[in-house]
Design a protein around this ligand. Structure first.
Ligand SMILES: Cc1ncc(COP(=O)(O)O)c(C=O)c1O
Length: 409
């Protein structure tokens, strides 16, 4: 009989969101007239910017005419018009030189952060924060880079770095060498951001240990504080050790459209067996163009429009709307006595549960007493116990109503 890849059997069933769904469904069945509002939603709610829609309409029309029809994007890594807009606006404007060949356009940061591990050695030791965006861990489990899961859901062989209130939710580099380090700032789920000094410490560590940093900057557009770096490449020497991931999903409401990109610098090197040094960029190019056939022309035209003067203004208005939600959540809950982290430079808020009340217990309390859904922090890792995650992506009127009820708890 056909054998299965045993690594996949190590995965714990995607537990968090199905369990939330199950509890919410049960509650609604038992309380059909209750108006349940989700403050746990990780998806955006605002429509695409008009500049994006117009650009996509124009691109659709081009696809309908013989002279302007396009098939495959032969580069396989993104049309030059989009990569050019990316390097000028996301990096050039911040004084970071990025080459066209270093940018790889894709369908999402979920795929990119999940796939990138594939080109690195199976013996590499992986380090992640706890709590963590689960994709980094699960894709390494699938690849066979870990042992089995323990009772708290953590996998043998992975180095977990607790992100706690004490370290400002920015873990310090571990006291042992690791090879593949996943960092996410602004962070999902804690809403924490890393200062330039924090990132410099990581870059130093990676250089000393000849490690690679996977820097997930999917939420960089939410940074308001001018001192906080948007790119890890703002740190000297980072191009030698870091791959950066960006996405239009939360920046421009593309969660249902799908467009993102990775930056794989030419300076980044890895070792082959026997000590031979190899460049990572051409290996990723080979991987990406072999397994992926490009993002649609219509989508790439939409993404390009995010960088137009109108697009920038419109996208910023939407981000401002979400961040007004974040401020309201932070202020309201702080006023009624909760300790709230995040929400200043990120669309996520990390709320401490009352003393002695666990994440899931608080989830049930909030659902039953206020008919509000949150995400239990323990679902992102053991260090998330005692917290719940709220997001700023709701409709403003729903956020206000949910907060009224939350505050009266
Ligand atoms: C930290 C982080 N990275 C990546 C993603 C996924 O991004 P994309 O929609 O580009 O796949 C998410 C989405 O929730 C996320 O929270």
């Amino acid at each position: 009989m056909i054998g299965i890849n045993e690594s996949f059997l190590k995965l714990r069933a995607g537990y968090l969101f199905p369990e939330i769904g199950r509890r919410v469904r049960t509650f609604k069945q038992e309380h059909p007239s209750a108006k349940v509002i989700s403050m746990g939603i990780g998806d955006v709610t605002q429509p695409l910017a008009p500049a994006v829609i117009e650009a996509m309409h124009r691109a659709v029309d081009e696809m309908g005419r013989q002279e302007t029809f396009r098939g495959y994007d032969d580069t396989g890594v993104g049309y030059e018009f989009l990569r050019q807009a990316i390097i000028e606006n996301d990096f050039g404007a911040r004084g970071v030189p990025i080459d066209l060949e270093e940018v790889f356009v894709s369908d999402g940061t979920k795929s990119d952060t999940g796939n990138m591990q594939e080109i690195f050695g199976i013996e590499n030791v992986v380090a992640v924060a706890d709590p963590v965006y689960p994709v980094y861990v699960d894709t390494n489990v699938m690849a066979g880079r870990t042992g089995p899961a323990g009772s708290e859901g953590q996998f043998a062989g992975i180095v977990y770095m607790p992100a706690t209130a004490e370290n400002g939710f920015v873990p310090k580099p571990p006291d042992r060498p690791v090879d593949m380090i996943y960092l996410c700032f602004p962070n999902n789920p804690t809403g924490a951001v890393a200062t330039k000094e924090d990132l410099a410490r990581w870059v130093d560590f990676a250089r000393t240990n000849q490690a690679v940093i996977f820097f997930d900057a999917a939420y960089e557009a939410y940074i308001k504080d001018a001192a906080i770096p948007h790119s890890i490449y703002e740190v000297e020497g980072a191009k030698e050790v870091a791959i950066e991931f960006r996405s239009c999903s939360k920046t421009a409401g593309f969660t249902g459209v799908r467009c993102a990109y990775s930056v794989v610098p030419k300076q980044l090197k890895a070792h082959a067996k026997g000590g031979r040094v190899v460049e990572v960029n051409p290996i990723w190019r080979r991987r990406h163009t072999t397994k992926f056939n490009g993002v649609s022309y219509v989508t790439q035209k939409g993404a390009e429009a995010v960088y137009s003067p109108q697009g920038k203004k419109q996208v910023q208005q939407t981000i401002d709307l979400y961040m007004a939600n974040a401020s309201l959540i932070r202020d309201t809950l702080t006023k009624v006595g909760y300790t709230v982290y995040g929400g200043l430079n990120a669309p996520y808020l990390w709320v401490k549960t009352p003393k002695g009340v666990g994440s899931w217990e608080f989830f049930d309390l909030l659902l039953n007493k206020a008919n509000v859904v949150c995400t239990p922090g323990a679902g992102f890792g053991p260090a998330g116990e005692g917290y719940v995650r709220l997001t700023a992506f709701g409709l403003p009127q729903n956020v206000r109503e949910a907060l009224d009820r939350f505050a009266r708890l």
